[in-house]
Design a protein around this ligand. Structure first.
Ligand code: ADP
Ligand code: ADP
Length: 228
């Protein structure tokens, strides 16, 4: 677990337009923060800056008080869950979940990998599907495999980029509940990007509202709800 501190973060792409404009947010250890706002407001850019997939133009990014602006993604120990799942089609569910552990060369024995993969698949109710390929899974099962790949590592935080937007409404509601329960159970610091108001108002501890790259407000769902 880790606290994530964003201080005056700015991202300018090549055209010079600030996609993220002076955003400061303190995400507490174990907190579930939602980033919400209309398409194009800079949510993904901000998330990608935190995970290290996008350079920071100016400002400071701290993880547990340590400046990580120049750290490679792999050294930040964050797990990201993508909208398009980013599963490997030629690998089984088991190997998709094991993948991050196999990447960290020599760190885990096959026994350890097996134990961690089975624990993750048990948590996510994927035990019966471990030998299947992603193409043979439902949307919800694929999303669970993507979650499995995130929780199998002992990451300091989860970053979600609209993970449910490809699912139908019923499944989205079900997965929303599952993600909220999982986050609470694991108590892992999480940042969750969405443009869905229901997700924003039901999932997190606090909601940060972005507009045109600027942080408009940050408050608990209750505080936002009670506003005139
Ligand atoms: P959101 O995730 O809220 O939809 P994005 O972070 O994807 O917003 O985009 C924020 C702004 O930055 C938009 O105006 C978008 O067009 C622009 N943008 C995003 N990625 C790039 C890029 N690689 N190059 C130039 N502009 C980009
Ligand atoms: P490669 O080209 O080496 O397979 P990628 O392009 O997939 O790597 O990723 C580049 C970097 O981003 C890697 O260092 C990896 O650690 C990091 N990365 C990729 N996916 C994730 C993720 N889901 N969560 C966190 N970091 C990631």
């Amino acid at each position: 677990m880790a606290a994530i501190t964003m201080q005056n973060l700015v991202k300018k792409y090549d055209d010079g337009f600030p996609a993220v404009n002076d955003v400061s947010i303190d995400v507490a250890d174990g907190e579930f923060l939602i980033l919400v706002g209309p398409s194009g407001c800079g949510k993904s850019t901000l998330l990608r800056m935190v995970v290290g997939l996008e350079d920071i133009t100016s400002g400071e990014l701290l993880i547990d008080g340590e400046r990580v602006n120049d750290k490679a993604p792999r050294d930040r120990n964050l797990s990201m869950v993508f909208q398009n799942y980013a599963l490997y089609p030629h690998l089984t569910v088991y190997e998709n979940i094991a993948f991050p552990l196999r990447l960290s060369k020599g760190q885990f024995s096959n026994d350890e990998i097996d134990r961690k993969v089975r624990a993750a698949s048990d948590t996510l109710d994927l035990d019966d599907h471990l030998e299947r390929k992603p193409a043979n899974l439902s949307g919800g099962q694929r999303q669970r495999v993507a979650m499995g790949r995130a929780i199998v590592r002992d990451a300091d935080a989860f970053l979600f980029d609209e993970p449910l937007s490809n699912l139908d409404a019923k499944l989205r509601g079900q997965m929303r509940t599952e993600i909220a329960q999982l986050q609470r159970r694991m108590g892992i610091t999480s940042i969750y990007v969405t443009h869905d108001q229901t997700e924003a108002m039901t999932l997190g501890d606090r909601v940060a509202v972005l507009k045109k790259g600027v942080l408009q407000q940050i408050a608990s769902p209750r505080e936002l709800y009670e506003q005139p």
